[in-house]
Design a protein around this ligand. Sequence first.
Ligand SMILES: Nc1ncnc2c1ncn2[C@@H]1O[C@H](COP(=O)(O)OP(=O)(O)O)[C@@H](O)[C@H]1O
Ligand SMILES: [Mg+2]
Length: 276
Amino acid sequence: MNAPALALHDVACTFVDKHDPGQRYTAVRDVTLTVGAGEFVSVVGPTGCGKSTLLNVGAGLLAPSTGRVEVFGQPLQGLNARAGYMFQTESLMPWRTALGNVVAGLEFRGMPMDQANEQAEAWLRRVGLGGFGDRYPHQLSGGMRKRVSLAQTLAPDPDIILMDEPFSALDIQTRQLMENEVLDIWQGTTGTGRKAVLFITHDLDEAIAMSDRVVVLSAGPASHPIGEFAIDLERPRDVAEVRSAPRFIELHKAIWAVLRDEVLKGYAQQLQVKAA
Ligand SMILES: Nc1ncnc2c1ncn2[C@@H]1O[C@H](COP(=O)(O)OP(=O)(O)O)[C@@H](O)[C@H]1O
Ligand SMILES: [Mg+2]
């Protein structure tokens, strides 16, 4: 059997308070999570439960306190070179044009400049920004900047794509366009070329609409998976239309039954933090 693209085994992450080293907070514990090659997996859970923490572990940006991480069967050491990441916050370099931003990732990997330019331009066209390569981030709308980020993430052709609530700042229509775009690009590559995606979101509708599998995390501390659901909706999918499919509604009900209490717990914790 082929090794999964990404596997977290019994991972825990404990943070030490900067100002008070005696204070520790275990954000996640006993997390075993795999993403098969070519599989689209979403992780949902309440705000603050540890979703970004897990993504950072998968990216190699954060070493887990305990547990193991494997990438295509090999222990992960340092940054995950097989992965591309797309974060919730703006990650474009404001002093570089759209094209310059996409080219940057290719340059870092040592691609000759001509080839890097050509490939970056092709990706800008692919995300609908053909004529916009010379614009700076501040000259683009929020949705267009996200498209540049997407091109930047995909241009180096990573085998694994890690996305942390990439579209949560967008209005709903732009967001659905982007979600469909991501699915189109992901579906466009077949067989061994298809990328593994680990998609983090707090939005259950988005998770179901996009994924092959949805993993539900408990509220923290010591957050861990408490449910896993195969999403057997037909592809290709339109994320806006699929929401009215009877099977979507059934799946939503089943997953929400597991997620609901965790969201309420997470919400109560946030209120406590604010009150403290
Ligand atoms: N570097 C850090 N130092 C201390 N605490 C952290 C750090 N990173 C995350 N945390 C805490 O771990 C928990 C999970 O955070 P995070 O993974 O960002 O949650 P989510 O992405 O699900 O909203 C939160 O309580 C957060 O405050
Ligand atoms: Mg987060």
